[in-house]
Design a protein around this ligand. Structure first.
Ligand code: 4NP
Length: 151
């Protein structure tokens, strides 16, 4: 059975689409199913932010086909691991958990990494540099989480 991983941020147009694409680029698709979602519904149906698409493309990853969707309670049943970008996402996701046990599926993506950050910063209102920083934070975190969940 495939391990099912969900990446979550606020808008599902900047950080979690990058996380979905980066993780997908590193794993065997027969072993892992990856999706992403946002806790807010502002951009449902939209493609990722052009800045995220561009940064991914610079690393030979195509995320342009992704479409934004909102996180829903059912995701707690569909996914084994739910990785959130920041503490606000953590609180919003956990508030929808059907039980205390389901909350154990939710972790901060950068938890346990040696990064100076504990949260992936929201790059939406900044420039391209912020998206590059987010890319590298997520990239390192994905290497760690692969070791964690696949071995
Ligand atoms: P994301 O970034 O949570 O990484 O997708 C944001 C995208 C959109 C908004 C905020 C953050 N917004 O306010 O529309």
């Amino acid at each position: 059975m495939k391990i099912k991983v969900l990446m979550v941020c606020l808008g599902n147009i900047c950080r979690s689409p990058l996380a979905e694409g980066i993780l997908r680029s590193k794993v065997d698709p027969s072993r892992i199913l990856i999706d992403s979602a946002g806790t807010a519904g502002y951009h449902v149906g939209s493609a990722p932010d052009p800045r995220s698409i561009e940064v991914a493309k610079e690393h030979h990853i195509d995320i342009s086909g992704q479409r934004c969707r909102k996180f829903q309670m059912e995701d707690f049943h569909s996914f084994d691991h739910i990785f959130v970008m920041d503490r606000e996402n953590f609180g919003n996701v956990c508030s929808l958990a059907p039980s205390e046990d389901h909350k154990k599926k939710v972790r901060l993506l950068l938890e346990g990494t040696d990064s100076n950050y504990t949260e992936v910063p929201d790059p939406y209102y900044g420039g391209k540099h912020g998206f590059q920083e987010v890319y590298h934070l997520i990239d390192k975190a994905c290497d760690m989480l692969i070791k964690d969940i696949l071995t």
